[in-house]
Design a protein around this ligand. Structure first.
Ligand code: CMC
Length: 450
């Protein structure tokens, strides 16, 4: 379903150029909820001016009907449904359907969709050889970027982006194969045989089975842990125009195939300022090591000359509690209880750190609250997921959002190749000088003096 075109308000903004006395009328357009937007599409044509907004802090890069966030109030909704309600009552497959098709499925549609996804859980056997090209110690995200990108070499029948049927098949394939690809990266790293997908299991149970089962014995897993896994995937399913989703959209705007676009999204997600933060939180808590050291790390986080940041704190959009973090915090306690983990030293440090930071003037003034990654790492660690797999699990959940956003973009009647402009601050035109006439200090001397 295409989004309706944004409504133009009966309102304009006037931009006045003090130098030449010219003025430009900028139309204001409105969405369903949230702030209005200045439509500057024709600004350059009419005024010769670009706008400058590094990091897109005030720029809507697209219109979308998938996810709504109100960062001031800590609201996150998918297709109108609050994330807390979805996390408590829905399941990941249903949320995938919702993101892709705009509505919650009827029982028949749910069952059809669930079966369709299950039909695509295996990967081409030839892809197995690709894993062997990686070092056993390779980071799973490095393997994910490679293997997901390589899917475009195997599924040619779903790379024609102009065919709606192929777009849908590619979407199903990506959602279905991501757990298989991630679990295989883990099995490869520890030298265990791959466990093939089992379509009798639910999406999340199947993933845990592929991660932890071995061919020699029966594997059963506590249903509450399966639920926790499923909840983790729901909470990571989409988050409007974050760095990795914008990467997927930008890559897709050139009409690149969906497998290549999702591989680009995985690469962007890996960074510690984004999805890599869940792994970084555990590393940080381990490094802090004791509650007694918290003050010292808080001082470092506040020091402008120290690059250290409190991982799992802060968010570009949420200036209130991250709604995903509160659900994650409850799930975290449930998981630790089921696993009978009474005193988890990392959780103890995390709770103390949260408490101190929430009452610290620096964090209050800058509105830095725990984000989704703060608690998710503790849950995953308690479930026995190795730390270097955390971001790969984020990627499994986010694939539903990436592919829905990609599809929405391709189906948008005003789709254009993404091509930001710049403020050029380099040299103006100068003439070429032969080598012997150059007086500049050698770049190597400069580098070695560092
Ligand atoms: N610890 C200490 N100071 C911080 C932190 C932090 N975690 N986050 C922001 N600040 C300070 C920052 O130094 C800056 O101070 P000043 O105004 O004095 O220069 C101010 O707060 C604003 O920070 P910013 O970097 O301009 O904010 P941003 O919106 O560009 O960055 C962020 C958002 C998430 C990248 C950042 O808060 C951060 O690096 N957090 C730690 C990494 C993290 O947990 N990332 C996961 C994000 S949620 C899941 C996801 O999106 O994948």
């Amino acid at each position: 379903m295409n989004n309706p075109l944004p409504k133009e308000k009966n309102k304009t903004f006037t931009l006045f150029d003090n130098e030449n006395g010219n003025s430009y009328e900028i139309p204001v357009i409105e969405g369903t909820v949230g702030p209005d937007v200045l439509d500057i599409t024709n600004l350059f044509k009419e005024s010769g001016l670009f706008t400058y907004d590094p990091g897109f802090t005030s720029t809507a890069s697209c219109k979308s009907g998938i996810t709504y966030i109100d960062g001031e109030q800590g609201i996150l909704r998918h297709r109108g449904y609050d994330i807390k309600e979805l996390a408590e009552n829905s399941n990941f497959m249903e949320v995938c359907y919702l993101l892709l098709h705009s509505e919650l499925p009827s029982p028949e549609d749910f069952s059809k969709f669930d079966n369709l996804i299950k039909n695509h859980t295996m990967i081409n056997e030839q892809l197995v050889y690709l894993y062997r090209g990686f070092k056993r110690a390779a980071h799973p995200m490095a393997i994910m970027v490679g293997v997901v990108g390589a899917l475009s070499a195997f599924y040619h029948d779903s790379t024609d982006i102009n065919d709606p049927n192929q777009r849908m098949i590619a979407s199903h394939r990506l959602i279905a194969k991501m757990p298989t690809i991630a679990a295989m990266a883990y099995k490869y790293s520890i030298g265990q045989p791959y466990i093939y997908p089992n379509n009798e299991l639910s999406y999340s149970e199947n993933f845990l089975n592929m991660m932890f089962a071995v061919p020699t014995q029966k594997f059963t897993i506590d249903k509450t842990l399966v639920k926790a896994m499923d909840r983790f995937f729901i909470l990571h399913a989409d988050h409007e125009q974050n760095a990795s989703t914008s990467t997927v959209r930008l890559a897709g705007s050139s009409n690149a195939n969906p497998f290549a676009c999702i591989a680009a999204g995985i690469a962007s997600l890996w960074g510690p300022a984004h999805g890599g933060a869940n792994e970084a939180v555990i590393k940080m808590l381990t490094e802090i090591n004791s509650k007694d050291n918290i003050d010292q790390y808080l001082l470092r986080a506040k020091d402008k000359n120290d690059p250290f940041r409190l991982m799992g704190f802060g968010h570009r959009v949420y200036k209130n509690y991250d709604p995903r973090a509160s659900v994650m915090k409850d799930t975290c306690h449930e998981v630790l209880e089921i696993l009978n983990i009474k005193n988890d030293p990392l959780l103890d440090i995390a709770l103390e750190l949260e408490n101190i930071a929430l009452n610290d003037e620096y964090f209050i003034e800058k509105k830095l609250y725990p984000n989704v990654d703060f608690y998710s790492g503790i849950i995953l660690k308690a479930m026995g997921i190795p730390t270097n797999m955390f971001t790969a699990l984020f990627a499994i959940g986010r694939t539903a959002g990436w592919i829905s956003q990609w599809k929405e973009m391709i189906e948008d009647p005003i789709k254009k190749i993404g091509r930001p402009r710049q403020l050029y601050i380099g040299e103006d035109k100068r003439n070429y000088k032969p080598k012997e006439k150059r007086e500049r200090k050698s770049i190597f001397e400069w580098l070695w003096s560092k």
